[in-house]
Structures are given as structure tokens and as C-alpha cells.
Design a protein around this ligand. Sequence first.
Ligand code: MN
Length: 489
Amino acid sequence: MPSLKELLKHTSNPSDSDIELITRAYEFAEKAHLPQKRASGDPYFNHVYSTALTLADLGMSSTVIASGLLHDTVEDTDVTEEDLEKNFGKEIQFLVHGITKLGKLKYRGVERNVENMRKFFVSMAEDLRVIVIKLADRLHNVQTLSHLRPDKQKRIALETLEIYAPLANRLGMGKLKGELEDAAFPYAYPKEYALVVELLKEKKEVNAKYLTEVERALKKNFKMQGLNYVSVDQRVKHLYSLYKKMQKYEMDIDKVYDIIAVRVIVENIEQCYQVLGIIHGLWKPLPGRIKDYIATPKPNGYKSIHTTIFTGTGGVVEIQIRTKDMHEQAEYGIAAHFAYKENLNKTKKNKIALQYPWVEELRNAEKNINGSENFLETLKSDFFKDRVFVFTPKGDIIDLPEESCAIDFAYAIHSDIGDHIAGAKVNNKFVSISTKLKSGDIVEVTTRKDINPSSKWLDYAKTTLARHRIQKYLRENSLLSKFLSFGGK
Ligand code: MN
């Protein structure tokens, strides 16, 4: 049941103006969605409330939480973007606009589309906060799949696994990624899901003894050596990530050592290595299984030390060591970055920012990046510069270089379509075939048999594919005409 009080309780350190903003957005959205119902029969407002609650739990600002509450108003109610701007200002209108735009995206299970879709998603979101809101939106949608038609369940579940969860992962949001995957898994792959649940149950029982053994011994030894740890506990691998790992080992669960791992959290990096020393003093590590992601972080910024040990009593246990900051980073990723950006002082901000390896690279690459806003822009344009992502009328995404026109689009669809392109429509308006395309455009082309490439097309075509085909046609055609005129004499 939605409750404003509950939402405010989940909001981190709200000021009076934060409370005021969230309250207004709450009441506005509740009223706007009033007669609408979800497939489950619940009021539609439950959905946007749940989205906002996830954002609050991620530590996002009141602006983002309010945008979460309002994210479906423009698409699904009478509220217009002007209404939003008037009531909540330009920034919230801009964020909701971004989310509405992303709503166009439809996954059609075409393999070649997957990476394009992820890229498109990020390039379309002019602000990465839009993606975080969209991920929270998707989490609630995928958690309430049971009320939908089976074919819809499957499509949304697969889309979640192929597009949304990898994006969450790339943004370092481990917690959200795990939740998205585990909600989607049973709908996407029901048989495999049942198998993994069954295997995990057996395995858990067998392993419990060893894990408790290791946990106890660690706590005792830390105490003896005067090491002040933050926590020692057990974490169970998310089901879908266990399934993916098992696939690598021909579904042999005995080859996966980190189903349940012992996790040690400490204050600082020195203590991480101290803990590693204590562990290897107590137990023999499995060769080749010591991974130092502190010295070499994963590309998404993940930091930790992993080691797997023989308990000496027949068990094999993985232990993960990290600092509190690293833990937060692994769970919340880019969301932690936003949270700090808006709530904390500069030194802390810089410290957090430095935990992303790419932050440092960008800093070196471009000295004048000091604000986080700037940094995110640079990050985005670095990955996606020089590309535009456009839709076919069916919703497929075509990835083209910047400055591409309808001719390039036509050739990207099929060379026969390129060769005979007669006209183009962009976002339902007739345009010339030389019109430059922008990300998000829906492009449609018409063909005519009697139309063929002309040398003029080379002034506009940008892709190698289009240029090659046009040149080929012109070459062959001029040879043919020479031959014909020769023969005619
Ligand atoms: Mn929604």
C-alpha cells in the first residue's frame, strides 16, 4: 500500500524542501492516475509509488524521487509536459520527458539488435539519471509479471535479462541488477529456473556447516589479532547469476565455488590485505582462485579481493574481502555517485568518483572536468560519440555514424532497398532522402524499381556500405553504357 510517510522514511536525509517536493509530486501523481488500474487490479499509482520507493532506497535525490512518482503522467494521463514544467520546474519535466522517450523501445528478440539497443538506451538518455529511473520502473514491472499474458511475460522477462540488467551491471548497480534478473528468470527460462532452485537447495544444506565453521574461525582470529572488522556474514549468489555460471561448467553445480560466500567488510584497504593474510594463514587457498579486484578493478568499477580456501574438513569456501566504500559502490554503483553528488561535500565526492576507474581516465584525458555533470556527459559522449540510433517503423534499431541520411538507412536495411530508394519519411513527415538523421528518429523509406543510384547520392551518403554500393552501381553502369554505345556504332 502506498504511503507518503513510508516513502519519506526511505528518503535519505530529506530537508524541508525535499519533503515539500516529494509530497507535492506524490499528491499530484496520485490524483492524475486516479481512475487507472494495473493488470493486477491494483491502482496504477502503486506502480509509480513503488518506482519512487526503489529510487529512495538507492539514495537518490528528491528531484529523482519526484520524477519517479511522475514518470508515467505524460504518457498515461491527461497531464502534459507543460503542466509538469509549470508545477515542478524544468529539471523534472526534462527527466520525465527522457523516460517517456525511452518508452518507445521494444525488444523483438533480434540478436543483432541487443547491443544496439543497450547503446541506444544510453545515448537517448541525455541524463544518466533517466536510466536509473527507468531501471527502477522496470524492476516493479518485472516483479508484477504474474498478472500478464504469457507471451507478454516472456517478452518483458527476456528484455529485462538482455537489456536492462546488463545496463544496471555496466553502471555498477549490483543490487538492482540481481533483483531485475531474479524477477525475470522464472518467466524467461522456467525449466532452468526450477532446476537451479532445486540444486541450490541441496547444495545449501551441504555447505551450511562449512560456512558457519569459517565464519566463526574468522571472527575469533580477527579478535585475537586485534583487527576491527565492520562485518562478517554470508551472501548467497543471485539465482540467475548462478545459472549463468553453471552454464559455463556444463550445468555442474559442484564446479561453482561461490554459491554462498563469506563476506568480510572492513574500514580500509590495508585491513583488506591484512584479512587476506590471516585467511591464508588459517587455510590453504585453491591455486588460481585468488582475485585481487582492488589492484585491478573490473571494468564497471567493482573492487574486492576474492579467495577460495579448503576448510580442511572437506569443504571449499569462497571468501570476499572489501571496504565499506567498496561495498556501497558494488551495490549502488552510479546511484551512489549521484547520491554523493547531491548530498555530500567535495572531498567525499572526489573519493567516491575515484572508485570508478574510468573517472580517473577521463580526468587525465580532459583537465577541465570538475563537476560530475560534466564528467557524465564526457563519459557518455566518449562511448557514443559519432553514432546515431534510429528506428525502423517496426521498432528495430539501426546504428549509423553521425551525419548519416535516409540513403544510409536504406542501405543498412538491405542493399536492394538502398539501390532503389525513392523517398523518405522521418517521424511521419516526408523529407528528402538526403536529410540527416537524429537519434530517436523513426525512419521509413519507399522504393521504386525505376530509380537507381546517382552520383549525387555520394554527396550525402556517409556509411562505407552505402558508398560502396553506389560506386559499384555507377561503375558497372558506365561500363555498360560505354559497351552499349560502342556496340551501337
Ligand atoms: Mn512505469
